[in-house]
Design a protein around this ligand. Structure first.
Ligand code: NDP
Ligand code: 2IT
Length: 450
């Protein structure tokens, strides 16, 4: 028989679907969390009475705005900008900005919702938010990107602040875009609020190791997870999807730990390099030249290029690190990975494995690290950037990297402890959701009905 908590979660899920029609990514993120929380609500029914979970699936504030700009031909262009301020129970809103043509409310909400749990897991005082625009940075000149960022910030500035809401990068937003947005914010406010954005350049308040943090953190987490089961990266064959910020630095760290990354991808296709991906070539191609991954073959003629990004999962591997985008590993991809002997998956991207794919991995006993735990190193290091900005000093690369590693190890420990405590030993999906939830829920309870 269904318990009260089970019925409550099912009814709440149905209401979320109804109230957020046509937003399947948001439904997916909520469904996974609600399934994990049933056992918590059975133990603490007061969270039902206080409406904690009902409040958590409803963003505190959603901002949608017009972003007008002119392209290099002088033509007027209009995009749609978003900031979803999801939950501020444990700190100022915090989360990235995504510029990608696929951006719409459902993607913004799923990312904002996951960010709440992720930020809680870091142990640092940051609430959850996400923002972005349906802007395509690919093929745009620097001047166009600058005008877009300035227009975007001309509206966003009134909603953010170093103690209010602190955006950072995500897909399509890196150091260049953060720089243009920071410049415009500072100009409008006539104040040097260094902590209003993170992922800044090193000459104006950025933190050492923030660029590397998400990728490095994902591998630190994966390393901790596999070491608990007697494995290591040394000599392992690894697939890394994507070739952006997260994928690049995950690749570099895997190589430092003795693993061999044989394939990377972008949205058009993937490269397989039997000698192991050359990090320097890939970094130059993607970070500096902003080229397509197919061009990797110019420098590495032994490599092969294949069209279609999902083909990467057909390559036999020991460990897979999806670092591109949501739902890039489907049930069918997961089955192929398992069949080919994949033993561990750590998500560098947000929600890269769909619900059916996740189930396949867990049932097959594949060690599985959900993104909200394993990719939390990026936002954790953003919070360390905020700390340095408040103190008006800068830590060394080694200091930041050591703190990052420590945070990732703690997230692993807390998620696996919560999983075990609630009868789901080794299920880090459930463990991360529970551990992330409890801190936010306690803070909300203490702060009353707001
Ligand atoms: P980047 O823009 O630097 O890189 C994104 C990469 O993913 C590119 O290789 C891109 O290919 C590929 N990609 C993007 N969209 C798609 C798509 N629809 N289909 C296939 N491939 C796609 O972004 P990041 O590396 O910063 O972000 C990657 C993932 O990591 C995202 O899920 C993001 O939310 C998550 N993340 C990022 C953090 C950060 O600190 N940056 C922190 C935590 C999570 P192409 O160039 O062809 O578009
Ligand atoms: O998804 C994420 O955690 C990020 N894009 C990083 C957010 C941040 O504030 O650094």
């Amino acid at each position: 028989m269904a318990t009260n908590a089970q019925k409550y979660c099912e009814e709440l899920y149905a209401r979320v679907v109804e109230r957020n029609a046509n937003e399947p990514e948001f439904h997916q993120a909520v469904q996974e969390v609600l399934e994990s929380l049933v056992c918590v609500l059975e133990r603490y029914p007061e969270y039902i009475d206080l409406g904690i979970v009902e409040r958590m699936v409803e963003p505190e504030r959603q901002i949608i705005f017009r972003v007008p700009w002119t392209d290099d031909l002088g033509k007027v262009q209009i995009n749609r900008g978003f900031r979803i301020q999801f939950n501020s129970a444990i700190g100022p809103y915090k989360g990235g900005i995504r510029f990608h043509p696929s951006v719409y409310g459902g993607i913004m909400k799923f990312l904002g919702f996951e960010q709440v749990f992720k930020n809680s897991l870091t142990g640092l005082p940051i609430g959850g938010a996400k923002g972005g625009a349906d802007f395509e940075p690919k093929g745009k000149s620097d001047a166009e990107v600058m005008r877009f960022c300035q227009s975007f910030m001309t509206e966003l500035y009134r909603h953010i602040g170093q103690d209010v809401d602190v955006p950072a990068g995500d897909i399509g937003v890196g150091g260049r875009e953060v720089g243009y947005m920071f410049g415009q914010y500072k100009r409008i406010k006539n104040a040097y609020e260094a902590g209003v954005l993170t992922g800044k350049g090193l000459t104006y308040g950025g933190s050492l190791a923030r660029t590397q943090a998400t990728g490095y953190g994902t591998v630190y987490f994966a390393d901790e997870m596999i070491r608990a089961k007697g494995m290591s990266f040394a000599g392992k064959t690894v697939l890394v999807s994507g070739s952006g910020n997260v994928a690049l630095y995950a690749t570099q760290k895997v190589q430092e730990l003795g693993g061999k990354v044989v394939a990377m991808s972008d949205s058009n296709g993937y490269v397989y390099d039997p000698d192991g991906i050359c990090f320097a070539t890939m970094k130059q191609l993607k970070e500096v030249e902003r080229g397509r991954i197919s061009e990797y073959l110019k420098q590495r003629p032994n490599a092969q290029y294949h069209k279609g990004c999902s083909g990467i999962w057909t390559i036999p591997c020991d460990i897979a690190l999806p670092c591109a985008t949501q739902n890039e590993i489907t049930e069918a991809d997961a089955r192929i990975l398992v069949k080919n002997g994949c033993k561990a998956v750590a998500e560098g991207a947000n929600m890269p494995t769909d619900l059916a794919g996740t189930k396949v991995f867990i049932e097959a006993g594949v060690l599985f690290a959900p993104g909200k735990a394993s990719n939390a190193g990026g936002v954790a290091t953003s919070a360390l950037e905020m700390t340095q900005n408040s103190m008006r000093l800068a830590w060394t690369f080694e200091e930041v990297d050591a703190k990052l590693k420590n945070i990732m190890v703690n997230i692993y420990k807390n998620a696996s402890k919560a999983a075990e405590e609630y009868g789901h030993k080794d299920n880090l999906v459930v463990g991360a959701n529970i551990a992330g939830f409890l801190k936010v829920a306690e803070a909300m309870k203490a702060q009353g009905l707001v």
